[in-house]
Design a protein around this ligand. Sequence first.
Ligand SMILES: O=C[C@H](O)COP(=O)(O)O
Length: 318
Amino acid sequence: MSDRNPGCELDLGWVNNTRINLPAVKRRAETLGTRRTVKKQWQAAWLLRAVTCIDLTTLSGDDTGANVQRLCHKAARPVRYDIMKGLGMEDAGLTCGAVCVYPARVVDAVRELKKLGADIPVASVATGFPSGQYHLKTRLEEIKLCVADGAKEIDIVINREMALNGNWQGLYDEIKAMREACGEAHMKTILAVGELGTLTNVYKASLVAMMAGSDFIKTSTGKEGVNAILPVGVVMCRAIREFHERTGHKIGFKPAGGIRAAKDVLVWLILIKEELGDDWLNNQMFRIGASGLLGDIERQLFHYVYGRYASGSEIPMA
Ligand SMILES: O=C[C@H](O)COP(=O)(O)O
């Protein structure tokens, strides 16, 4: 990843000055997928780029070493060899951006990726994911344990109670402590946008998270009622843009939760290109948290190469 965000002092004047023009944000989100068409070889290229940005995720109560092992294999070789050959990309060494698991499964993922010789970071959710409703002491300890187990990226959840009550100082202090606990591991801060009430709160929480030193801001856990939706994407990207303009630091963005279709991921890529620019169109600055997206991307790439859709048995790992 690029130079890390050192964070800055909490600027409450800046945070409290936030105003969101809701109709304008909605209009922007609605027209994102309608003004630009990405077809044929360009679509295949964009989808391959999207694959490299996926944090391939399993976050289930019944996760075991076995399904984490399978996930690691898929992350290391995300698209079937013959499809990659058909695209002339068989030697590109294409992998997913990271494997994302619960803290108790980090050791399984680290071990498996090592066995595969795959240079893919393991991301762990932490800090009482998904609710965050735990004592700060245990949330910080959880980060340290994940890092000790080999996680290179930590996806923390914010304290929604503080955000909803406008306790931005409290939120800033907690996130800063979490960043310290991460040490060298990169920190993605999950805002859980579906529980923040308003887009104004989403913008304010984005600013506070970046001021406290987050490397990425992430929309959702995938467990809220509303997860990654485009209006939220517009608002968070604009917060990232403003933070960059005012501090010079580039913060990454990770939409997560409910992104399942290749056609949807193309719109997210358009959002990034248009709101943040090409510097963000890579897996150092952009990730997609998804458990079920890769299969659909692989199906679309299969269609591009063979001119027909694959049956379920032809892409068994999807
Ligand atoms: O952080 C990643 C999300 O939990 C994934 O959500 P998803 O299962 O809806 O793709």
